[in-house]
Design a protein around this ligand. Structure first.
Ligand SMILES: [Zn+2]
Length: 426
């Protein structure tokens, strides 16, 4: 798509809800109280279910269980400043995080505001590319953290503030991309409540191409962006949520998080499939368990953000390099990513302490969706992961297995099935 076409899609639909308000008893009518609700028109190019017939009603036919790829969604918990023009001066009347959906005002909405002054001027609305969702803070900014370029400003007349208003966002300075990243990250935080609360997630939207990444030392997620490159990460919700998944796992494991070094084990026997080898790491490459488990968890997190993780639900993700991947281990997907991929395709050489991202991805999904008799909750997964102890290159299977045995119940049942189905018991 053209750059212009992409840019024009950043629209904030501002829904202003005029509350029934008794006018004050003075001769000059005061403003009616208002509540502002904000929606962000997301603009993504990836879709896990783009080939599914259930999505054919959309044009383009791209959708997930919860999100169509391009639509307006409540800007959950977004930070907003509201100023009102009173006697020719803009006066701040509210500056805070909107409701993330739990607060009673409605997702993306301010509380009722009842400012002084007559309806004779404008509201100045400043939306910041940051949010508070489920008690966690999300920043989406540029590399130098300039507040002025991480905001979107619009004006609304105070006359007749009812109905729905749409605005076209700025087409400069990658502001569209920063709000795109914020939207995907906020959705993931809302949907997959694995975080511990009071965490801070920093995204840096860079005006460069290349791979996006999570830096375990600084805690910063870098999202690359290049309008001409296939890796338009700021327009790929599965990339954004994948990188956030690394940050969330780091929060869960703390100092037991294994960083991104020595992940690859390409010298240990490649097996039958050339995809078992990868220069860095890949969804089907044979890696140390620290790599396969860490990447598998990040894939799982992205899957859960945009697929319904009910009992035995389907799971489709558009992997940035591999196309649509079926991440539910209920059968082989059309791309030929067989279950227990490492055992079947990469079995030569050392297998103890080794794994494949795809197998671990599906195993985490199975733990979440195939517990018996009860579905395993995210909080139960968090307790299990944190209780297992520190990861090293080769111990991930053994410590998670021991902890599952200790926990017992539905989680252990799901884990026991997942480790067999996906061949991860190494
Ligand atoms: Zn990753």
């Amino acid at each position: 798509m053209s750059k212009e076409n992409t840019m024009n899609k950043t629209i904030f639909a501002v829904v202003l809800v005029a509350l029934g308000l008794t006018l004050s008893a003075t001769s000059t009518p005061a403003d009616a109280a208002v509540r502002f609700c904000f929606k962000h028109n997301v603009d993504f190019i990836d879709s896990g279910q783009e080939l599914a017939t259930s999505c054919s009603s959309f044009n383009p036919a791209r959708c997930e269980d919860d999100w169509k790829t391009n639509d307006a969604y409540a800007a959950r918990g977004i930070r907003v400043k509201v100023e009102k023009q009173i006697n020719s001066v803009y006066t701040q009347i509210w500056y805070n995080y909107t409701d993330d959906g739990d607060g009673g005002d409605g997702a993306g909405c301010t509380p009722a505001l009842d400012p002084a002054g007559a309806n004779t001027g404008w509201y100045k609305i400043t939306l910041e590319s940051r949010a508070k969702v489920k008690g966690n803070y999300i920043y989406s900014r540029n590399s130098s953290d300039e507040l002025a370029t991480n905001t979107f400003v619009t004006y609304i007349s105070t006359d007749g503030v009812t109905g729905t208003y749409s605005f076209t966002g700025s087409s400069s300075s990658l502001i569209l991309e920063r709000f795109n990243v914020l939207s995907a990250a906020s959705q993931a935080q809302w949907k997959v409540n694995l975080g511990l609360g009071l965490q801070w997630y920093y995204f840096r939207v860079l005006s460069t191409s290349g791979q996006s990444s999570y830096n375990g030392t600084s805690g910063v997620v870098s999202i690359s962006w290049d309008p001409l490159a296939p890796d338009q990460s700021a327009h790929r919700k599965f990339v954004i949520s994948h990188e956030l998944g690394h940050a969330v796992l780091h929060d869960i494991l703390g100092s037991g998080y294994a960083g991104n070094t020595a992940w690859n084990d390409d010298g240990q026997g490649l097996g039958n499939d050339p995809l078992c080898a990868n220069g860095s790491h890949g969804v089907t490459s044979k890696e140390y368990l620290s790599g396969a488990g860490n990447e598998g968890f990040a894939h799982f997190y992205a899957s859960a953000a945009f697929n319904n993780a009910g009992s035995n639900f389907n799971c489709y993700v558009h992997h940035w390099g591999r196309g649509t991947v079926n991440c539910a281990s209920t059968g082989n997907d059309t791309a030929g990513y067989v279950e227990a991929f490492m055992n079947l395709e990469c079995g030569a050489g050392t297998v103890v302490g080794r794994g494949v991202e795809l197998d671990w991805w599906r195993a985490f999904w199975d733990v979440r969706t195939q517990g018996t008799p009860n579905l395993v909750s995210y909080s139960e997964m968090t307790s299990w992961l944190s209780g297992a102890g520190a990861w090293n290159n080769t111990n991930v299977y053994s410590i998670l297995d021991a902890e599952a045995n200790s926990v017992g119940g539905s989680l252990d049942a799901a884990w026991n099935a997942a480790e067999v189905d996906n061949g991860i018991a190494h």
